[in-house]
Design a protein around this ligand. Structure first.
Ligand SMILES: Nc1ncnc2c1ncn2[C@@H]1O[C@H](COP(=O)(O)OP(=O)(O)OP(=O)(O)O)[C@@H](O)[C@H]1O
Ligand SMILES: [Mg+2]
Length: 574
């Protein structure tokens, strides 16, 4: 609620004005039957045409005024709800940008998409509905009761008796229907998730010829949704006939008793007609109430999901703002001291008691089988994740003591699953450094052996890439990611299997370039290739999240079983 209140505060005036508009609209509407009674009783029954036209004119004017205020309220509530939706989406998006990798893992990138779109839209709709009918229904009911009691208290009892009957019917039906609506919402989420997953992996689906399987899966989920919607609608659909029945019976009762009173001279015909009108208004307002309860039920699931995301911890607690001195990374020494790490929700540690020290300017290769936690280990340096135990130090200072932008600025990362954006090549590279000059771009691209292939495109650096960098090959994409990381001239460079799709010869050249232009930079290279390992000064060999060996290539041939195995397997391959 706190988040919503903050956003709604911007619309204080509208939120203040809207109830007033609703109130006036309701007054204009509920006074209509009184005019009608007057026209019939004083005009028609007494054959007085001037009363008919005069009252008729008043009635028309009031009706027009009602229309005006009603439209005004629709306008105000539309502006407010749309603004609220936009504000909420902005707040959510802003929050997502701040989430740590762990936070994104937990909430799920796909589900964050639905939260940003569908869920926000549902809350926005609720704001609109609330502003339009939340107050309108009770106001109308109150006014209708007020007028009927004024006309004839006895007869008013008939109306008052029908309200609880309908109220009870609505209550029973909603109590059965609302849980079903919640289920509909959940099933809809599942269906969305399924479609999203399918679209993200559409290439895999097609290459494994699994279209039929996927279609069947979709159909099953879609049919489950259909059945639920039908069940939910069934219960709510009964509401309308029940209401119709109660209404007709009440009208009958009122005409019956009222008829007696009219004949007895206690009640006028026009009053009786207005009575029937009020009855309809009162029962309609109850119906509006039930509609809004359904809207609330549907929105509550969405609201839970949005608040969960808004309440999530931002990425790096205890940085930037809370730090007294703006510490800077000077050299780029990296030390791990008894570091253990476990993913949030994970069952066991993926890193166990890691210790090493890497000096400024050193190039270190990280080797190990797939799943040995190479990526996990290096992601702790720029605090993409935080160590669960132990300390990660840069220049002898815990990484948590650096402002987050300093870490991002001085540490260049080309992640294993790095992606590019749908933008020009130049813009993609500038992601690393927005104010980079063309020369800087070209230097970085040359170092990453990307310049030549970029220039082979007709538009050169202005070549547009598709979503996720479509339009370049896997190896070219990797080289662009390396160039992007190099552009910052980082103190620490982390290349996570970043040249796996690049041929060995090109990779060798990239490494030579790195050595010549980044003499002061500490470089970590995760790699599977023995050639890359051999050209590094030292190698850290991981096995099941532990350091199996650490040392120069020559030393490892003697001390590391894992290294020897990699070495031998790749010797025989040639
Ligand atoms: N985001 C995550 N959430 C939970 N567990 C994860 C996550 N990423 C990796 N893991 C787990 O952590 C372990 C180490 O994974 P990691 O990606 O660090 O290995 P790796 O050595 O980089 O492997 P590869 O050579 O295949 O890239 C694996 O068991 C994996 O299942
Ligand atoms: Mg990895």
């Amino acid at each position: 609620m706190k988040h919503y209140r903050e956003i709604l505060r911007r619309y204080k005036t509208s939120l203040f004005v809207s109830p007033f508009l609703v109130l006036v609209t309701v007054l204009c509407e509920t006074v209509q039957p009184m005019f009608m009674a007057e026209i019939i009783d004083a005009g028609v029954m007494r054959r007085n045409l001037s009363v008919v036209s005069e009252t008729g004119l008043h009635m028309a004017l009031v009706s027009l005024a009602g229309l005006f205020f009603s439209v005004a309220n629709i306008y105000v509530s539309s502006i407010t709800s749309i603004g609220f939706g936009t504000g909420l989406r902005a707040a959510l998006f802003h929050k997502i940008q701040q989430l740590s990798f762990a936070g994104v893992d937990r909430l799920g990138p796909a589900s964050l998409v639905t939260r940003l779109t569908g869920d926000v839209a549902r809350i926005q709709h609720l704001v609109l509905t609330s502003m339009r009918i939340l107050l309108r229904a009770p106001f109308t009911l109150m006014m209708a009761v007020f007028f009927v009691v004024r006309i004839n208290p006895d007869l008013a009892m008939a109306l008052l008796a029908s309200i609880p009957v309908l109220g009870a019917a609505i209550f029973v039906i909603l109590r059965k229907g609302l849980p079903l609506f919640l289920k509909v919402q959940q099933q809809l989420d599942r269906l969305n998730g399924l479609v999203r997953e399918n679209l993200i992996n559409i290439r895999v689906v097609k290459s494994f010829v699994r279209e039929d399987f996927e279609t069947a899966r979709f159909t099953r989920s879609s049919e489950a949704l259909r059945d639920l919607v039908i069940r939910a609608s069934d219960t709510v659909v009964t509401l309308f006939p029940v209401m119709q029945l109660v209404m007709n019976l009440s009208i009958l009762a009122i005409l019956w008793f009222g008829g007696y009173k009219v004949i007895g001279g206690e009640l006028k015909v026009g009053e009786l007609i207005s009575f029937v009108n009020y009855l309809t208004q009162a029962l309609m307002s109850l119906m509006m109430f039930s509609m809004i309860s359904v809207a609330f039920a549907r929105a509550s699931a969405s609201s839970r999901r949005i608040t969960e995301a808004l309440d999530a911890e931002p990425s790096l607690p205890g940085t930037s703002a809370t730090l007294p001195d703006q510490r800077r990374i000077g050299r780029g020494d990296v030390t791990f001291r008894h570091v253990s790490f476990r993913y949030e929700g994970g069952e066991e540690d993926v890193l166990h008691d890691i210790n090493f020290h890497v000096r400024q300017g050193e190039t270190v290769a990280v080797a190990g089988a797939t799943g040995s936690a190479k990526s996990s280990m290096l992601q702790l340096i720029p605090r993409l994740y935080d160590a669960t135990a132990g300390e990660v130090l840069i220049d002898g200072v815990n990484v948590k003591a650096y402002p987050s932008d300093e870490l991002r600025d001085k540490i260049g990362v080309a992640l294993q699953k790095n992606e590019l954006f749908a933008a020009t090549i130049a813009d993609n590279l500038r992601w690393g450094k927005p104010d980079a000059t063309q020369k800087e771009l070209e230097d970085a691209a040359r170092a990453a052996e990307a310049h030549d292939f970029i220039m082979s495109f007709a538009a050169g650096y202005d070549t547009m890439l598709g979503r996720g960098g479509a339009g370049v090959s896997g190896g070219q994409k990797q080289r662009l990611c390396i160039a992007r990381a190099l552009l910052r001239k980082p103190k620490i460079l982390i290349l996570d299997d970043s040249a796996s799709a690049v041929d060995t010869e090109t990779e060798r050249r990239i490494q030579a370039n790195l050595r010549s232009c980044l003499t002061d930079t500490t470089v970590f290279i995760i790699t599977q290739r023995i050639g890359t390992m051999e050209s590094a000064g030292r190698i850290i060999v991981l096995e099941d999240g532990k350091i199996e060996a650490i040392g120069s290539p020559e030393e490892l041939l003697l001390t590391s079983g894992v290294y020897r195995e990699i070495y031998q397997s790749q010797q025989t391959a040639f």
